[in-house]
Design a protein around this ligand. Structure first.
Ligand code: ATP
Length: 310
C-alpha cells in the first residue's frame, strides 16, 4: 500500500489544528455534570493530519502514526472512529464505511484538544469522501455530540465559547500572535483536572463574566496587553496535580515571555512572545532548560479543520 498520507486519489486528507485557551473561566459544576465555561479559543499552527478512504459498508478502522501514537486508542474509543460512525449512522448505516489514518502532532491529553481536532477533521473528511449533503452548521451539530471542543475545532480562528464551550461566537482578532509551547512528558486527564478544580473552588460562581481583558487586547492587536490578560481558572488545579508546571511557567516568564499560561486542562504550557524573533529566542532558551519533553513554536490564529487539496 502507498503511504496513506501521501496525495493519493483514493484518499481525502484534512489538516486539523490544535487550540489554546487565551481565557478559560470555569463556573460551578451543574447537576448535569458539566461546568459552565466562558472561554476564548485560538487555533494554533500545530496540526494533525487525517486521511480517509472508502472501506466496506459498516467497517471503520483507524491507524494512528506520529508523535505519541502509542498513547491513542485504535478501537471504537478513538474520536476519529466515533466521528465517522456518527456520520454514517445518520446518512447511511448499511452503505458507508471508512479506513482512517491519523498522523498526530498535537500532544495527546495535553490540553490542546487534539482528539477533538481529529474528530473535527474526520467529520469533514468523511462528509467529502461520502459526498454527503452537509452544511458547516450540520457538521458543528454532529461535532457537539462528540465533545464540547469539536465545534471550535471545525471552525478555528479565534472565538468566544460559552455554555460548555460549544456555543461559539467569532472574535475579532488583529494580527498574528507568536507562541512557544512547552510540551509535557505526562498526560493530564481533563476530567481529573475538573474534579480537582471542584475541590479547590467550592464557591465557584454560577454565572461567569466575559473575559473582556483578552477580548479587548485581541481587538487592539496588542500582544503585551494580551499577555497580561491571559487567564485560566483550571491552572491552579493543573499545577496542584503537576507541581513541575509552576517552574516551567516561571522560567518562561523570566526568559521574557509577555504572558504564560497552562493550555486548557494542561499540561501543555503556552508562552506569548512579542514577535517571531522573540519566540525563536525563547524557544531555544526554554529547550536548553530541559524542563519539558519538547518545545514548539507556533502561530495563531490559523483556520480549523480544512481539506488538503495539493
Ligand atoms: P481536551 O482538552 O479536549 O480535554 P486533550 O487535548 O487534553 O483534550 P486529547 O489529546 O484530546 O486531550 O486526548 C484525550 C484522551 O482521548 C486521550 O487520553 C486518548 O485516550 C483519547 N483519544 C481518543 N481519540 C483520540 C485521538 N484521535 N487523539 C488523541 N486522543 C484520543
Amino acid at each position: 500500500m502507498a503511504t496513506p498520507l501521501a496525495p493519493e486519489p483514493d484518499w481525502i486528507r484534512v489538516r486539523a489544528s490544535g487550540k489554546i485557551n487565551l481565557a478559560l473561566r470555569v463556573g460551578a459544576v451543574r447537576p448535569t455534570g458539566y461546568h459552565p465555561l466562558a472561554t476564548v479559543f485560538q487555533s494554533v499552527s500545530l496540526f494533525d493530519e487525517i486521511a480517509v478512504r472508502w472501506s466496506e459498508p459498516g467497517r471503520f478502522s483507524v491507524t494512528v502514526v506520529g508523535e505519541q501514537a502509542d498513547q491513542v486508542p485504535c478501537d471504537d474509543r478513538n474520536l476519529a472512529v466515533r466521528a465517522a460512525r456518527l456520520l454514517a449512522e445518520h446518512y447511511g448505516p448499511n452503505r458507508l464505511g471508512a479506513e482512517i489514518v491519523v498522523r498526530k502532532t498535537i500532544p495527546v491529553a495535553g490540553g490542546m484538544a487534539g482528539g477533538s481536532a481529529d474528530a473535527a477533521g474526520t467529520l469533514l473528511a468523511c462528509s467529502v469522501l461520502w459526498d454527503l449533503d452537509t452544511t458547516p452548521d450540520d457538521l458543528r451539530t454532529f461535532g457537539a455530540m462528540l465533545g464540547a471542543d469539536v465545534p471550535f475545532q471545525l471552525m478555528g480562528g479565534t472565538a468566544l465559547g460559552t455554555g460548555r464551550g460549544d456555543e461559539l461566537m467569532p472574535v475579532l482578532s488583529r494580527g498574528t500572535y507568536h507562541w512557544v509551547l512547552a510540551l509535557s512528558e505526562d498526560e493530564l486527564p481533563t476530567p481529573a483536572v475538573f474534579r480537582r478544580f471542584d475541590e479547590l473552588n467550592p464557591d465557584a460562581p454560577a454565572e461567569l463574566p466575559l473575559p473582556t481583558g483578552v477580548l479587548n487586547a485581541l481587538v487592539a492587536g496588542d500582544a503585551a496587553a494580551l499577555g497580561a490578560a491571559l487567564v485560566n481558572d483550571l491552572q491552579p488545579a493543573a499545577a496542584a496535580m503537576r507541581p513541575g508546571l509552576v517552574r516551567i511557567l516561571q522560567t518562561g516568564t523570566e526568559l521574557g515571555a509577555l504572558g504564560a499560561i497552562v493550555s486548557g486542562a494542561g499540561p501543555t504550557c503556552a508562552f506569548l512572545a512579542a514577535n517571531e524573533a522573540a519566540a525563536v529566542d525563547l524557544s531555544v532558551q526554554l529547550s536548553s532548560q530541559g524542563l519539558c519533553r519538547a518545545v514548539r513554536r507556533v502561530m495563531g490564529p490559523v483556520p480549523g479543520a480544512r481539506l488538503i487539496t495539493a
